[in-house]
Design a protein around this ligand. Structure first.
Ligand code: ARG
Length: 420
């Protein structure tokens, strides 16, 4: 029987000098891949103050500390999804989303933030939304008005006019275009500064066509290497990390050579691209789960036949190329493109990664240690270690023996507060 002390759910940040003590049967040390017995984690004011395991001695605990005893469960760091769209909703494919007013997307995005958090994802990077909605969601979470993970917003994704990240669904008389398009290195530098000005904490750029846009081909490069380099340089100048949407082999290699930190989708990467990624230390984020959802539910949700056809052409190859990259030991991050499939199902990708050749511990590292490094946030997230946020997910068994346990967390703690 799991004894649980329920910590009151408050929307406010924990009061000053509030101490929470979390105990469980085992802890997965994601760095070493070892399971340690009888962990005890002390969280003070939302940050981890001490971590000990069996025979590790017992730290001083204030008498009024709250207790969260997770009984027989195994704890690991709160998970990180490097590629989500909290304001997107897979239920409204194709043109069906036009039935709603603009603010609808933010309003339902607040629910998606809560679903994501309760699924064990305590940190997400939101790689594109309209109207700076991800910046607003982050602020609402931090102010305690809505439940959600730590959000790293990119605001609008940059790209070429008419490219994947532009508005591609409407005819010219609607005069609709994304405000983050740029068609020269100088224009793109300015777009970086504009996004940062309004709250972007990382910069995303679309290097190739994509699946869910019209009149773009996933395999075809859409920005020149010098344009991608301008984005990477300008973002890095402002101390921001960069992500590139890139399906095609040429766009992938151009983005890596340009110095982009994480390459997303990576569908058609070739052997040269894998070698280049390893050599340059670029992280690869293959979204290998969502194809299952799109191919079974997409048509019902209104996704246009041309987009479903593109998904068919991309999905299988992407998984085979993921297998090759995993075998080659490329650096992997956990990027799922939640919003293409329902928010809250983020953990379903672990099983696909393992099925296509990544070990369970490396799949878990992609969503913890590797993701934290790719964010430049190792001090905050991705590990149960002193100084990091008190972000913990608990599962009912050994996740190295069965990664699908991560789809059913028995507890989720963010900043020392139990949210599930
Ligand atoms: N946002 C991406 C795009 O539209 C999603 C690709 C999904 N498909 C896939 N097999 N990963 O290009």
């Amino acid at each position: 029987m799991i004894a649980v002390v329920v910590v009151a759910m408050t929307t406010a940040a924990p009061a000053l000098a509030e101490t929470v003590v979390v105990t469980a049967r085992r802890m997965l040390d994601v760095e070493t891949g070892r399971l340690l017995d009888d962990p005890l984690v002390v969280i003070t004011d939302g940050r981890i103050a001490a971590v000990v395991t069996r025979n590790g001695g017992r730290p001083k605990i204030p008498a009024d500390a709250k207790r969260i005893d997770l009984g027989e469960a195994t704890i690991l760091p709160g998970l990180i999804d490097m590629h989500v769209h909290l304001t997107s909703n897979p239920k409204y494919g194709g043109y069906s989303g036009l039935q709603f007013t603009d603010s609808f997307w933010v309003a339902q995005g607040a629910g998606n933030a809560g679903r994501t958090l309760r699924a064990g994802f305590t940190t997400v990077r939101n790689v594109g939304s309209d109207n700076y909605a991800d910046v607003g969601l982050k602020q609402a979470v931090e102010e305690g008005w809505i439940e959600g993970p730590h959000i790293v917003p990119v605001a609008y994704a940059l790209g070429a006019t008419g490219g994947h990240c532009d508005e591609t669904f409407l005819p010219p008389s609607y005069d609709r275009k994304s405000p983050a398009m740029g068609d020269s290195p100088e224009e793109l530098r300015k777009r970086v500064r504009e996004q940062r000005k309004y709250g972007a904490e990382a910069i995303k750029v679309c290097a190739t066509g994509g699946v869910f846009s019209r009149n773009t081909a996933p395999g075809v490069q859409q920005l020149r290497e010098e344009e991608l380099r301008a984005v990477a340089e300008e973002a890095h100048f402002w101390k921001l990390k960069t992500a590139a949407h890139a399906h095609g082999a040429d766009g992938i290699k151009a983005a890596i050579r340009a110095g982009i930190d994480t390459i997303e989708h990576v569908s058609f990467i070739d052997a040269e691209g894998i070698a280049l990624a390893k050599q340059r230390g670029a992280w690869l984020g293959f979204d290998v789960y969502n194809t299952d959802y799109t191919l079974s539910e997409g048509a019902k949700n209104g996704v246009l036949p041309e987009n479903i056809a593109k998904e068919r052409a991309v999905g299988t190859l992407q998984r085979e190329n993921f297998r090759a990259a995993a075998k080659a030991g490329a650096g992997m991050i956990y990027s799922t493109d939640a919003g293409i499939y329902p928010h809250g199902d983020n953990a379903r990708q672990f099983a696909v990664m393992v099925r296509f050749g990544l070990s369970p511990i490396d799949a878990i590292r992609s969503a913890t240690t590797n993701a934290a490094r790719a964010l430049g946030r190792t001090g905050d997230v991705g590990a149960i270690r002193v100084g990091a946020y008190g972000d913990i997910v608990a599962v009912a068994g050994d996740p190295l023996a069965d990664v699908t346990l991560l789809e059913r967390p028995v507890a989720v703690i963010k900043g020392g507060e139990r949210v599930r």
